[in-house]
Design a protein around this ligand. Structure first.
Ligand code: R5P
Length: 295
């Protein structure tokens, strides 16, 4: 076999969409759990080029299984092993915030770098790291932008021209621009100070006119929802029109999105990088386009 797409069962629907976009057959890895909690992944027949779809939210378990499976793919003839991991975990720990901490971003990237020949991901959180090439030195890395899937979706929905695209912090500026500029919409970013894992303070620029305007509030990650909740509440109290939240990687559960609705969000959408109740924007075509030229 020359080309195969393998996936783990938790992401069957997302992997199936990618298989259809690439017109490649999909087969699943089975993971056996031993009584002591150790696991052994059992791969289907590997191909010379094996593409592996694995979103790495809930990363501690998934990373170990993926690295073990990578050994099996190599032993079974995969010469080119391509990882499609739309969500790359541990990217926010890109420095030691407190004495005694690791730089988790580097550790996790190094593990994947040695196991795969190519890695494709979407909106990796690279605040203090200039590009994925700094993290992946032997494996070829590709950075895709969820904005490129969202923009056509919003165009099709005929997003209103008075919509204001907002990012909750300065780090969100790149994706705020990548969404607002092709749609010709105004944009702005708030300022955020993080007090703890769950407590943030958000401020809007003093001269920003919000009242009555439809809002598209965008962020790369929603975890506890603290950031987007505070930003939504601030927009509400400033008299904003309907607030739509767009998240690339929705790590929070239904309770988190309910809390965003209670804060004033009219609609919450995310990509399917972390499958769940908000994943309306499918990334399969974007990923398939990036793979198509190189298979
Ligand atoms: C942080 O820099 C990210 O861009 C997100 O704003 C952050 O991870 C969101 O986390 P939470 O939902 O817990 O506020």
């Amino acid at each position: 076999m020359t080309l195969a797409l393998h996936a783990f069962r938790e992401e069957a629907a997302e992997a199936q969409r990618l298989a259809s976009a690439l017109q490649v057959p999909l087969a699943f890895v089975n993971v056996h759990t031993f009584p002591d909690g150790e696991t052994v992944p059992r791969i289907p027949e590997a191909a010379r080029t094996t593409i592996v779809y694995r979103s790495l939210h809930q990363p501690n378990k998934k990373l170990v299984e993926l690295l073990l499976a990578a050994d099996a793919w190599r032993r079974n003839g995969a010469e080119s092993l391509i990882l499609v991991a739309p969500y790359l975990p541990y990217m926010r720990q890109d420095t030691t915030f407190r004495t005694g901490e690791p730089v988790s971003q580097r550790v996790v990237a190094r593990l994947l770098d040695t196991a795969f020949d190519r890695a494709i991901t979407v909106d990796p959180h690279l605040h203090r790291t200039a590009s994925l090439a700094e993290l992946f030195t032997t494996c070829t890395s590709t950075h895709l932008y969820a904005a490129d899937a969202l923009v056509p979706y919003l165009r099709a929905e005929r997003v209103g021209p008075t919509t204001l695209v907002i990012g909750p912090d300065i780090e969100s500026d790149p994706w705020v621009r990548r969404i607002s500029e092709p749609l010709g919409l105004d944009h702005a970013t708030f300022r955020k100070v993080r007090r703890s894992d769950v407590d943030v303070e958000i401020q809007a620029p003093a001269d920003l006119s919000i009242a009555g305007r439809p809002i598209l509030l965008v962020d790369d990650i929603c975890s506890t929802g603290g950031t987007l909740r505070k930003a939504t509440a601030l927009l509400q109290s400033s008299g904003a029109g309907p607030i739509t939240i767009f998240i690339t990687h929705m790590l929070g559960d239904a309770e988190v999105s309910d809390s965003l609705s209670r804060a004033g969000a009219a609609r919450i959408i995310s990509t399917d990088s972390c499958p769940g109740h908000t994943s309306e924007i499918h990334l399969a075509n974007l990923i398939a386009q990036s793979l198509a030229g190189s298979l």
